[in-house]
Design a protein around this ligand. Structure first.
Ligand code: FUB
Length: 332
């Protein structure tokens, strides 16, 4: 039988992980991990999957954070910080119930910015109500307030009318030179803008979104990062697509990546990072801590897990520095 899901717990849950998924007992599910390292602690933002055991769709009402100072794929001591934020609490213009894949980054001002896809209560008749808002807090654990109370920074109407894609899955990079870039998208559509480093919310070059075409099989879940001067874009590739790089054939997604020498591309496809997982969706994030590079993703492997009750997992990520640019070694 499936474990009972706890609702709106407000106190932290300290637990010893026994390996993947990080929290495997089914008391909490966690999807779309986005890691951020601050002073030796990794904070992994995740959406909390709350679908019932037989439910066939996403139910994601809040973001939670998994943190540790000592990540080890074999297990370790972790803290679950439940209900770190809910869309309707942070964004006055957002409706409840769509705490989709968010990412936390630290701005030049030292504050923490949560890039969050949520739905607009009044999308002005747009065909898709998903939009990206930005929350800000003095701690990675919140409390978050709206950094742009005027509304979303990206939607079907801003910064350009009718971008024609579902505005979800944002990934943000604060580059070494202080410039900031955001990528987002799903269903094979990927857009990118530069953001102002001053307020972390103003889109620079309005209407000049970069559309990316050369990332083989791109489906969704981009993760933008930089290592040794090279930009890397990891993403979920859809195995059902004609140009899918995933094997074996399945409708589950795998994680692939491309590289570029500048943050807005052009991108060159490089290969597979992670084969298909037990959940239909897959969603990457990368962090470095204690001299190790680690890949986070989700699976349905926790007790009572389903495609809509996912749980965050992670593994060591290897790099081959003998190639130019350095290549990512597939996680096996
Ligand atoms: O969690 C909802 C959606 O599933 C995300 O937006 C996608 O990346 C996929 O993981």
């Amino acid at each position: 039988s499936s474990p009972a899901i706890r609702h709106r717990q407000s106190s932290n849950l300290e637990f010893a992980s026994k390996g993947n998924p990080i929290l495997a007992d089914g008391s909490y599910y966690s999807a779309d991990p986005a890691p951020l390292v601050v002073n030796g602690t990794v904070y992994i933002v995740a959406g909390r999957d709350e679908a019932g055991p037989a439910e066939n769709g996403f139910v994601i009402n809040e973001w939670e954070i998994l943190s540790t100072t000592d990540p080890s794929p074999e297990g370790g001591e972790w803290t679950l910080h439940p209900a770190v934020a809910r869309p309707e609490d942070v964004f006055a213009w957002a409706s409840a119930g769509t705490a989709y894949a968010a990412q936390l980054v630290q701005g030049a001002d030292g504050r923490f910015y949560l890039y969050a896809p949520v739905t607009q209560r009044d999308a002005g008749g747009a065909t898709d109500a998903f939009a990206i808002g930005v929350g800000v807090a003095d701690s990675p654990l919140g409390p978050f307030e709206d950094a742009h109370p005027e509304g979303p920074i990206i939607s079907q109407t801003v910064p350009a009318p009718g971008n024609g894609i579902q505005n979800i899955d944002p990934t943000v990079l604060v580059d070494d030179d202080g410039r900031v870039y955001i990528y987002f998208g799903t269903f094979g559509q990927l857009l990118a803008y530069e953001l102002s480093a001053d307020d972390m919310t103003t889109i620079l070059g309005e209407g000049a979104a970069t559309r990316i075409g050369s990332l083989t099989g791109f489906f969704e879940a981009p993760w933008l990062m930089k290592r040794q001067g090279t930009y890397y874009l990891l993403y979920a590739a859809n195995n059902a697509g004609a140009d899918s790089p995933c094997t074996p054939t399945s409708y589950h997604a795998c994680i692939a990546y491309g590289t570029a020498s500048s943050p807005l591309g052009p991108w060159t496809y490089r290969g597979i990072v992670l084969d298909i997982v037990s959940s239909t969706t897959s969603h990457p994030g990368v962090f470095e801590l204690n001299g190790q590079s680690l890949l986070v993703y989700h699976t349905r492997d926790a007790e009572g897990g389903t495609h809509f009750r996912r749980s965050v997992a992670f593994d060591a990520l290897g790099w081959d520095d003998s190639t130019t640019p350095p290549s990512i070694q597939k996680v096996t």
